[in-house]
Design a protein around this ligand. Sequence first.
Ligand SMILES: NC(=O)c1ccc[n+]([C@@H]2O[C@H](COP(=O)([O-])OP(=O)(O)OC[C@H]3O[C@@H](n4cnc5c(N)ncnc54)[C@H](O)[C@@H]3O)[C@@H](O)[C@H]2O)c1
Length: 311
Amino acid sequence: MKVLVTGGAGFIASHIVDALIERGHQVVVVDNLSTGFSHNLNPRAKFYHMSIADEGLSDVFDKEKPDVVNHHAAQMVIARSVADPLFDARENIIGGLNVIVNSVRSGVKKVIYASSGGAVYGEPEYIPADEQHPVNPISQYGVSKHVVEHYLYLYGVLSGLNYVVLRYSNVYGPRQNPGGEAGVVAIFAGQMLRGEQPTIFGQGDKTRDYTCVFDIVEANLLAVERGEKLICNIGNGVETSDKEMFDTLADVLKYKGIPRYDSVRQGEVHHICLECSLAREKLGWESKISLREGLLKSVEYYRRLDASLGD
Ligand SMILES: NC(=O)c1ccc[n+]([C@@H]2O[C@H](COP(=O)([O-])OP(=O)(O)OC[C@H]3O[C@@H](n4cnc5c(N)ncnc54)[C@H](O)[C@@H]3O)[C@@H](O)[C@H]2O)c1
């Protein structure tokens, strides 16, 4: 099968590209390298250095005629969406719509879309939040991620487009950028390795549901074959507080420092954890990697990265 992966030079989708290629699929990547890196690109994937919001995207679809589109390209920093909502909307909404319209026009069989269970529900009324939970995002990012779900539903009705929306919890793992503006595991690990003091926003009691990127890859592989017009949560189902995350990482990295505390950033929810039985039922997916196991895999990567930067 030919799969077009948007954002395939980024943290999550570069792993998906690797796994698709390993399973014998042909892969085409579209990425503008705004937060992704060319060194993440699988050399066996065909690469288009382009924004998904670009009109030229239609030429890529015409030329490549993908069977499946896996859509991961996005601006994914909540704080950036709050500071510059128009930028967030252009990248995520206009870009996402451009991907969908071209998918419909060129007869793509399925679109797999990376949404955010951490952002679309807003401050949850109950935890773990299932897919029936009201959608009330409290950040511009949460809104923009959700709007694309609506377009998928719409084109499903109007044009019979098939799709699987995966609402991820907080994803962590190798290749997450320690110098990025989001991704607490990568940022804390990078800071601890450099002997710097990480900052916890809030009192340390905010909770998140952390899922290792290799579990996320598995969900994407299953979604190629299974799931019809499906929207489902993808998470680990375990609530971990910021302070617990700090302590676990400090333990794994033998970091002796203490965190600095600052005020909670606008747009961030206090608690989130996802209920994922629909993914089990419809995709046959469940999270298999525990937080400690996933952190050990991540830390190995950040140690190597730190050592290579020090060379
Ligand atoms: N990391 C998480 O915890 C998490 C949680 C929920 C959902 N998601 C979603 O997963 C996706 C991937 O996130 P990530 O953590 O790998 O982030 P990332 O920043 O590493 O990856 C995004 C990729 O998209 C590319 N990109 C951004 N804007 C683009 C544009 N206009 N045109 C073409 N390429 C563009 C970037 O260069 C990058 O390679 C995003 O859609 C994000 O919203 C991530």
